[in-house]
Design a protein around this ligand. Structure first.
Ligand code: HEM
Length: 194
């Protein structure tokens, strides 16, 4: 790690190979190749729901610390589980009846800095969402719900830029942020492949 790297750039550099590894997941490959089935799309929505539900609820516990550190729109940034529920409900899938037994356990998300690392991954996923939403429309037309992938809609890029700027301004432990971001990528990859 170069000591004078700003945090956002540092996180991107460090997690770049993990992002590549995540994108190799066969269902992401199928989305890109335009041959995902409807069942596979729904399977992925359920997997993402489980992941975001658990991860966002861990992050939510630190809401006050985010506000104290001037990320005032933290609550708005924790709506991805809600969007996934909207998509699943649209498909008549009731969360209470999904019969979800899977659980996810993080080992490093135990400080504000490591939690910020996790939020970096969740917020960054909106960048992928902007591409995926186009691929899904190509794949399925308007037949399947994509609220989650639309994230902040026309505000998505602005939200990402303001989060990136905040990362470079807030005082954090660089090692712990890195650990949190890294573990979040790895846990997600393991979870969607299980
Ligand atoms: C097919 C799946 C995906 C595609 C095509 C994709 C694509 C992209 C693209 C185009 C960017 C912008 C890169 C840049 O500005 O240089 C990006 C950034 C990012 N994506 Fe993905 N993505 C995918 C899935 C995911 C998922 C599932 C996650 C995590 C949950 C994720 C996390 C991130 C992060 C953290 C960044 C920010 C990198 C930075 O610091 O600039 N991506 N992705």
């Amino acid at each position: 790690m170069k000591n004078n790297d700003l945090l956002k750039k540092h996180l991107k550099n460090i997690t770049y190979p993990l992002h590549e590894w995540l994108e190799e997941f066969y269902l992401f490959e199928k989305i890109k190749k335009n041959n995902l089935s409807e069942e596979e799309y729904i399977f992925l929505l359920k997997k993402l729901y489980i992941f975001f539900n658990i991860t966002e609820s861990i992050i939510k516990k630190h809401k006050n610390e985010f506000e104290k550190n001037k990320l005032e729109d933290i609550e708005q940034r924790l709506q991805k589980t809600k969007w996934l529920v909207e998509d699943l409900n649209y498909l008549n899938l009731d969360i209470d009846n999904l019969n979800i037994k899977e659980s996810i356990e993080f080992k490093t998300l135990n400080s504000f800095s490591s939690i910020v690392g996790a939020l970096y991954v969740l917020e960054g996923s909106t960048m992928g969402g902007m591409q995926i939403v186009k691929m899904i429309e190509r794949n399925f037309g308007n037949n399947l719900p994509n609220r989650y992938y639309q994230s902040y809609k026309q505000d998505t890029m602005n939200k990402w830029l303001s989060f990136s700027k905040w990362l470079d301004e807030v005082k954090l432990d660089k090692y712990e942020v890195t650990l949190g971001a890294t573990e979040t990528f790895i846990i997600l990859k393991k979870h969607i492949e299980s």
